[in-house]
Design a protein around this ligand. Structure first.
Ligand code: SF4
Length: 688
């Protein structure tokens, strides 16, 4: 037995899928993954994992992994040596910089990569090339939530921890399919609801599992959340149920905010949202009766033209009811990817340095300029959305993108593909030849989380280390090494031996991470930002003050933005979201046998009413057509959806990929695509 165990290695890692941030030991023998073993000391999950964390790892050994750099030759790629690929890239960077200037280049970081890699990507853009054109895919999901929180409470992250959600008397879930998107966190809510008498209220278009379990479920019309949220808040104020002491001592802007609520009467809300007035009053009463309320929200809120404003309305409601800065309360925008929080935290944003310090702030900029020995432009750069437009209008000539399948996950992908085709030079760094990589001039093979070290930050701002379980496959390399190679070929002299060195640099520059070090994150230890010099971290934010000059939060008036209207023929509203077993376009989970053996194929959920009207059955093949494109998909008849609302999971990368349908309209404050505002026509196809 001892002999047999000899080559078995046990490595602590952090899940590479969702933002819950489960950590566990992975047992490997050579490249074989033997098992995933959660440990009681894992801070976010203890001994739990979901199906993805447990079985979703075979992709690391997929035959489709990229193992050598690829260089385009005509319509095909040929394999190349690193030296040749990196030389080519450096040459093109230098040429573009000379001919068109630094702002002709754009950089996209990845929420699948580590904090250290996101730090380096923005350092490459700002500190080596000299542009702020750097962004990451939180632009596609949670930037509006971050905006809503910046405006009101000052920090763009969950205000407490998963344990606060667990202890809360009332959990209100808005636009989040929590049990499929954040399974382990949902389990905590289910347990508290069942065993501890926690109240659960769900607002969603779709009657998903959490809705089924809830004490109160409301199904507002698409895109009307801001209206009922504001009406409930107004009702609370009108009844004199606001937290007067909290508002007096800790919050600014009450009078102006109260005035802004005037239009949001219960009658108006009932008319706009289709939810009965009595039900909304009941909802307000529940919040009033609970000593502590947590609001959880996700893409059902953020992916609208008014996504930032609705997120703001949630935070306003929490401020009015004094639900910040105490255990069991607060705002919880649930982060989708494992490191979508960290990708923004570490500065891969066009207007923010690591720790969300502003690029436009002269003092902050000069701190980075001194440290990096460069000049950094004071103007914010382009975000993802603006980069695509920038390529179309000829301003952006070159793009370096890592770990992001923008050609599938951005909205209106026909438009994105035509942008990629216009680029002078396109570098894609990934573990697979993604849809996006098909458009590249050079593809660089990267290593996934099991093949490198680094840190991820989960939805509760918790920074956790992952250790290397496997050697990089073939000639693939960790992203941080590749970025460093490119930077050094462009004249930088980066000498990081280990991701710990990169974290040390970030901690020396960004006040959010002052006390973060790899030693303090050893093994299962973790830290929730902000972290003070002595290593004291912040499981619960805003206990004494909000990070504004006078320490007070800000009520922020918002107005309702009507969802985009479509021509009459587009008579079906297309909602979209996740499936439990798959992750996004599925480029990892579809390559994991442990998962594919368990999964249903992607289907379009249609309501029994619609099925009857159009003679649809389970398995009927239909084509949905929006003004932007079309998809082909099979139907599943279910009462999870109602009337003319249909639901298409986002986990298809082929003819059913949702973003052939979505448009380029976006949240007006952050440019996050309004994925949830799309309508389509339906044709029944005869073929099977
Ligand atoms: Fe991974 Fe999220 Fe599942 Fe946890 S809940 S195992 S982090 S996918």
């Amino acid at each position: 037995a001892a002999m047999r165990e000899e080559n078995i290695k046990k490595t602590k890692t952090v899940c590479t899928y969702c933002g819950v941030g489960c950590s566990f030991d992975v047992w490997t023998k050579d490249r074989k993954i033997l098992k995933v073993e959660p440990q009681i000391e894992a801070p976010a999950n203890g001994i739990s994992t979901c199906v993805k964390g447990k079985f979703g790892w075979d992709y690391v050994n997929s035959e489709e992994r990229l193992t050598k750099p690829l260089i385009r030759e005509g319509d095909a790629f040929r394999e190349a040596e690193w030296e040749e690929a990196l030389e080519l890239i450096a040459g093109k960077f230098i040429e573009a910089n000379k001919t068109y200037g630094p702002d002709s280049m754009a950089f996209i970081s990845s929420s699948k990569c580590t904090n250290e890699e996101s730090y380096l990507m923005q350092k490459l853009a700002r500190g080596v090339v000299g542009t702020n054109n750097v962004d990451n895919c939180s632009r596609y999901c949670q930037t509006p939530a971050t905006m809503g929180l910046f405006r009101t409470v000052g920090y763009g992250g969950d205000s407490g921890s998963i344990t606060d959600i667990e202890q809360s008397e009332l959990v209100l879930i808005v636009g989040s399919n929590t049990s499929e998107s954040h399974p382990v966190l949902a389990t905590r809510v289910k347990r508290s609801h069942k065993l501890k008498g926690q109240k659960l209220i769900v607002a969603d278009l779709r009657k998903h599992e959490m809705a089924d379990r809830s004490d109160l479920f409301i199904q507002p019309k698409p895109g009307t959340d801001l209206v009922w949220l504001s009406a409930v808040t107004k009702y609370i104020v009108d009844q004199g149920w606001e937290d007067e002491r909290f508002l007096k001592n800790r919050v600014n802007g009450l009078d102006e905010y109260k005035k802004s609520l005037e239009p949001f009467t219960m009658d108006y809300a009932a008319c706009v949202t289709g939810v009965k007035k009595e039900t909304l009053i009941q909802l307000a009463e529940h919040i009033h009766q609970a000593k502590t309320t947590c609001v959880l929200w996700a893409m059902g809120v953020t992916q609208h033209m008014g996504g930032s404003d609705t997120s703001t309305a949630i935070s306003n409601l929490l401020l009015i009811t004094g639900n910040y800065g105490k255990p069991g309360a607060g705002s919880y925008p649930l982060r989708g990817h494992n490191n979508v929080q960290g990708a923004s935290d570490f500065g891969s944003m066009p207007d923010r340095f690591p720790g969300y310090e502003r690029v436009a702030d002269d003092n902050v900029r000069s701190k980075y300029e001194k440290s990096w020995g460069v000049k950094i432009p004071s103007e914010p750069g382009l975000n993802n959305h603006e980069m695509v437009a920038g390529i179309h209008n000829g301003k952006v000539k070159m793009m370096y993108l890592k770990g992001e399948d923008m050609g599938l996950v951005d909205s209106n992908i026909n438009y994105v593909h035509s942008a990629f085709e216009k680029l002078d030079f396109f570098v894609v760094q990934d573990i697979f030849l993604s849809k996006t990589a098909e458009f590249a001039d050079v593809v660089l093979p990267a290593s996934p989380s099991l093949e490198k070290e680094g840190t991820f930050t989960n939805t509760e701002r918790r920074i956790q280390r992952l250790y290397q379980a496997l050697e990089p496959l073939g000639e693939s390399k960790p992203d941080w090494k590749i970025i460093m190679d490119i930077a050094n070929r462009l004249g930088a002299d980066w000498q990081y031996d280990h991701p710990g060195d990169i974290m040390a640099e970030a901690a020396s520059l960004s006040p959010l991470y002052t006390g973060v070090s790899y030693e303090r994150l050893e093994g299962y230890k973790s830290l929730q930002w902000p972290v003070a010099k002595d290593g004291v971290d912040s499981p619960l934010l805003f206990i004494d003050e909000f990070p504004f000059p006078d320490g007070k939060a800000q009520l922020f008036p918002v107005e309702w933005t009507k969802p985009l209207e479509f021509a009459e023929e587009y008579d079906l509203h297309v909602n979209n979201g996740r499936l439990l077993e798959h992750f996004h376009e599925g480029n990892m989970t579809y390559k994991s046998k442990g998962i594919t053996s368990k999964t249903p194929e992607v289907f379009l959920e249609v309501s029994p009413e619609l099925a009857e009207e159009r003679e649809l059955e389970d398995g009927t093949l239909v084509r949905l057509t929006s003004p932007y494109g079309s998809v082909k998909v099979k139907c599943l008849v279910t009462d999870r959806v109602k009337g003319k609302e249909v639901y298409l999971p986002m986990n298809d990368s082929g003819e059913g990929a949702i973003n052939y349908l979505t448009g380029s309209h976006a949240d007006k404050d952050t440019d996050t695509p309004a994925y949830k505002e799309i309508s389509a026509t339906m044709d029944i196809l005869k073929e099977k």
